[in-house]
Write a protein that binds this ligand. Structure first.
Ligand code: URA
Length: 193
């Protein structure tokens, strides 16, 4: 039984359950406040994340930080960020179903420890896994789904917004909708330091 986030981090950091362990530089466990009420879940580490051991630190990460700042969220204060898989898939391919299956218990433990009120899926891969199998980002981004008392929303992956900058206003609107939801269900987020 995993008891604390630090114990979980120690377990995950020496994981060799799938082939991604062989090519990784660092396990990208997650970042943020373990008492956060809002959790963001991406797909898997890219090159920069693999080298630095932290999620969303490349160009996409900088854009994510800007969107977070726009609605008074901060990865070091009032949110937690994790990925579906903790190790970089080579050449930034999508994680394979079996890699996600093997890694999912770690994410489940993170969610169980954090007990977020709101989960935001960054991009299609996590939205399909966590919200619904046929989730379509272009059609369903920004919509709220309630699952066992947790509010869930899927939005554009920051890398997709970099590729399609015309979608940035829609992406920003999703973050504004997120702020509204936070104020409704867990306003204490805005007092967290
Ligand atoms: N893309 C993701 O989905 N996660 C990261 O941590 C970085 C890029």
């Amino acid at each position: 039984m995993i008891q604390t986030m630090e114990q979980l981090r120690e377990t995950v950091c020496c994981c060799e359950k799938c082939g991604l362990a062989a090519t990784r530089h660092n396990v990208v466990f997650g970042v943020g406040n373990p008492r956060a009420k809002v959790m963001f879940i991406g797909e898997g580490p890219g090159e920069n994340e693999d080298l630095q051991g932290e999620p969303f630190v490349g160009r996409g990460g900088q854009l994510l930080d800007k969107l977070l700042t726009a609605v008074d969220l901060d990865r070091n204060k009032n949110i937690y960020i994790a990925n579906m898989v903790k190790c970089r898939p080579p050449k930034n391919r999508d994680p394979l179903p079996e890699e996600m299956e093997l890694c999912k218990p770690y994410l489940r433990s993170q969610v169980a420890l954090i007990r977020p009120k709101i989960i935001v899926c960054l991009g299609r891969v996590s939205a399909i896994q966590l919200i619904k199998q046929d989730f379509k980002v272009t059609r369903e981004h920004g919509q709220w789904f309630e699952k066992n008392g947790t509010w869930m929303m899927g939005t554009f992956h920051p890398a997709a917004l970099l590729r399609n900058p015309g979608q940035k206003p829609e992406g920003l609107n999703d973050f504004i909708a997120l702020r509204e939801k936070i104020l409704q269900v867990c306003p204490e987020v805005y007092g967290q330091q």
